[in-house]
Design a protein around this ligand. Structure first.
Ligand code: SAM
Length: 206
């Protein structure tokens, strides 16, 4: 992995994903996490302050990038609950079947290369009755915005660590065998529309 991916990108992702409108989105989903939680693509640990400590038993932080884990180190050290790193990608979750009460997915499904394989893994490790909480950005419903998302995506993906602006998030979850609940959508304020369309809610085994 080169200097840009290992040193520059973690800093840019931490700044970009730490923007106040995104923090408001985190507040809508992360406090619902409970029990044994698997966070997919923990990144620089920006969700840590949003967990409800009284509900969380343990967090597995799955994050394949050394640079992102390094960026998260101080937040992880200060966390008021146990965090265990899993330094593998979402396509290879090293947990037993039915081992997580909650899977937390924020701003990561856009980036995972084989997102279908990763969602199958998430479904495998999520206990029956458990919840997959998500807050993601993806394909916009307006044809004009969507056209630009498709045009810009190849360049965006190169600069933004593999992030896709045009992924069909809800379709991906449904096709992976999840039932969706309380889904809401909107354009994030103060954000270029091509990267602003938000989906959040929760999902269970169908
Ligand atoms: C835009 S960042 C979001 C980080 C964090 N989830 C957040 O909400 O701030 C995307 C993260 O996905 C991670 N990632 C990349 N490929 C992945 C994969 N195959 N499986 C899991 N995470 C991956 C990246 O290293 C990065 O930390």
């Amino acid at each position: 992995m080169g200097f840009y991916e290992n040193r520059v990108l973690p800093h840019l992702i931490d700044k970009g994903c730490g923007a106040p409108p995104i923090a408001k989105q985190r507040q809508k989903v992360v406090p619902q996490a409970s029990g044994r939680v698997l966070e997919i693509g923990m990144g620089s640990g920006l969700n840590i302050p949003f967990y409800d400590v009284s509900r969380v038993e343990l967090v597995w932080g799955l994050e394949p990038s050394d640079g992102m884990r390094r960026k998260a180190a101080s937040r992880v050290a200060d966390a008021p609950f146990e965090i265990r790193w899993l330094d593998l990608p979402g396509e290879e979750i090293p947990l037993e079947d039915d081992s997580a009460d909650t899977v937390l997915l924020t701003y990561t499904l856009c980036t995972i290369p084989d997102f279908r394989a990763a969602l199958a893994q998430m479904r495998r490790v999520l206990k029956p009755g458990g919840r997959l909480l998500f807050s993601e950005h993806g394909a916009a419903p307006d044809p004009g915005v969507r056209k630009w998302q498709d045009r810009i995506n190849p360049i965006w993906k190169k600069l933004a660590g593999g992030c896709n602006v045009n992924r069909e998030i809800l379709t991906a979850l449904e096709e992976a065998g999840f039932a969706l609940h309380d889904v809401e959508t909107m354009y994030l304020p103060a954000t270029p529309k091509i990267a602003a369309f938000q989906y959040w809610g929760w999902a269970t085994h169908r």
